[in-house]
Design a protein around this ligand. Structure first.
Ligand code: AMP
Length: 473
């Protein structure tokens, strides 16, 4: 499969290769293949489907990141960071060929050392690998792990669909009780609610144990084979590779046909049925708005029993997938660990940010500096660095404009920032070891020694809080 992709890439962009000698730190010369640069590469553009998240955008992202980290902490998840690059085999073995992710979307390449590796297309496989590699099975269960970072999929880019996308990811290992399934849904619900997203719907389904899933797949294939000519070309191929994927097909003719296809829920073994029933009871108890979507199967091969997705919709009824996940009780064993039930889900940060904007949710607002440091002259400039750190050590945020020359220009910046206190350090003060502390609200000012500076600033800030909130004082 990776070979196929390499061939395609070669066809798209034939690049002459010239050998150049690169001088390394050690005086030894090594030879590196450096392809000639194409015109496209010279345009100084990010790759298609990959983008910069600029400072202006960051307050939205910061709000999401904080919300996810807080939720992780509240629900007892510990952070784990796994590498962006893993052996290709890990993903092929867990997600499996026949899925879009492995067949079409994975970024894979060979390293200089000859290892076949891939950029992670999702988190679960890497986290499961880490769980096994570090012997986490001996730890008290359940083990809850949270990750956040970019994942990579060679998808067709459009708004809300990128080749580098960000996900927040939650995994619980070591429990198969459906209350944990309900708890991860509760966590996801808490995050989207806390972020102010409206019209959220959880879709849930159960695809049963590995055995009942197999029985279901057989019945589905039997049904679809009998009417194969009504399926699109892709779905005809899926019949032999990943038949459950036909249920996701957006082509009208496929959707019409699969609407009458057998449903996984009718093939559940007794235990899976009871498991699903309990999950629904918990969701009712939690009053989480959900619907059962009997066509929901998720694309990856490792899911068993519970699968779910989180959707939002706009006024026109257009739907956006914000996240999804499910149980994967067989994956750890499949990867070579001891049999361990697990459940996890991922939330798409890019989509959540788009939804926040659509819902006009306020982005994160960082605390604003209440103090400004102005300085004049070389010595004062040097000393003001010290003052900045004196204030910062006492938790007082200060702004400055060290690069500006005139005091007037600096005070203009202080005014624009709405600073409550300006600390002014001129040549004289720098020599005396003092500073002028100016209360920008009352206009009064006093000269204090460096040792008294923090207290003098604090006093003014405190009296301003008292003025703004008389009851608090
Ligand atoms: P999945 O596991 O594929 O359902 O992905 C989980 C979530 O990641 C989705 O619900 C989306 O919010 C997000 N996501 C998946 N693929 C992309 C993509 N190509 N670009 C942006 N977000 C994505």
């Amino acid at each position: 499969m990776a070979q196929k992709q390499t061939n395609k890439a070669k066809k798209e962009a034939p690049k002459p290769v010239k050998k150049v000698a690169v001088q390394k730190a050690a005086p030894k010369k090594v030879s590196v293949d450096v392809p000639a640069v194409s015109e496209k590469e010279l345009l100084l553009q990010s790759l298609r489907g990959m983008r910069d998240i600029l400072p202006d955008e960051q307050p939205y992202w910061e709000r999401v990141r904080r919300s996810l980290s807080n939720a992780a902490q509240e629900y007892g998840f510990q952070r784990i960071d796994v590498p962006t690059v893993e052996y290709l085999h890990l993903f092929v073995r867990s997600i499996k060929e026949g899925t879009d992710i492995i067949d079409k979307e994975i970024y894979s390449f060979e390293t200089r050392g000859g290892d076949r590796v891939a950029l992670r297309p999702e988190f679960s496989a890497g986290v499961a690998r880490a769980y096994i590699q570090h012997g986490m099975s001996v730890l008290p269960k359940p083990i809850r792990l949270f990750s956040m970072g970019p994942v990579f999929r060679y998808d067709r880019p459009q708004e809300g669909r990128y080749r580098e996308l960000w996900q927040g990811n939650f995994e619980i290992f070591g429990e198969d009780d459906p209350i944990l399934d309900a708890q991860v849904l509760q966590l996801a619900y808490r995050v989207v609610q806390e972020l102010g997203l409206k019209n959220i719907e959880f879709q849930v389904n159960s695809i049963g144990s590995t055995e009942s899933r197999k029985r279901y797949e057989k019945a589905l294939v039997r049904f679809l084979e009998s009417q194969k000519q009504k399926l699109c070309q892709n779905c005809r191929e899926r019949l032999s590779t990943n038949p459950m994927r036909t249920l996701d097909c957006k082509e009208d003719k496929c959707a019409q046909l699969t609407a009458t296809a057998p449903q996984a829920i009718d093939f559940l073994d007794d235990e899976s049925r009871a498991h699903f029933k309990s999950l629904l009871e918990y969701l009712d108890e939690l009053e989480i708005p959900y619907s059962i979507n009997t066509r929901l199967v998720r694309g990856l091969d490792y899911y068993t029993r519970t699968v779910f997705e989180i959707w939002s919709s706009d006024r026109e009824g257009k739907k956006y997938a914000l996240g999804g996940g499910g149980r994967y009780d067989g994956l750890i064993r499949e990867l070579g660990g001891e049999s361990t039930p697990a459940i996890g889900f991922g939330l798409g940060l890019d989509r959540i940010v788009l939804e926040m904007k659509r819902n006009q949710v306020r982005p994160y607002e960082a605390a604003k500096p209440r103090v400004f440091i102005a300085q004049l002259g070389d010595l004062a400039k040097k000393k003001s660095l010290r003052l900045f750190s004196d204030l910062e050590k006492h938790g007082i945020l200060a702004a400055e404009s060290f690069g500006r020359g005139s005091l007037k220009a600096q005070l203009r910046v202080a005014n624009r920032l709405g600073s409550e206190v300006t600390v002014i350090l001129g040549q004289k003060e720098a020599l005396d070891g003092t500073a002028i502390v100016k209360d920008m609200v009352s206009g009064t000012q006093e000269t204090v020694t460096r040792e008294k500076l923090v207290d003098a600033v604090k006093k003014i800030l405190k009296s301003n809080v008292a003025l703004a909130h008389p009851k608090k004082s």
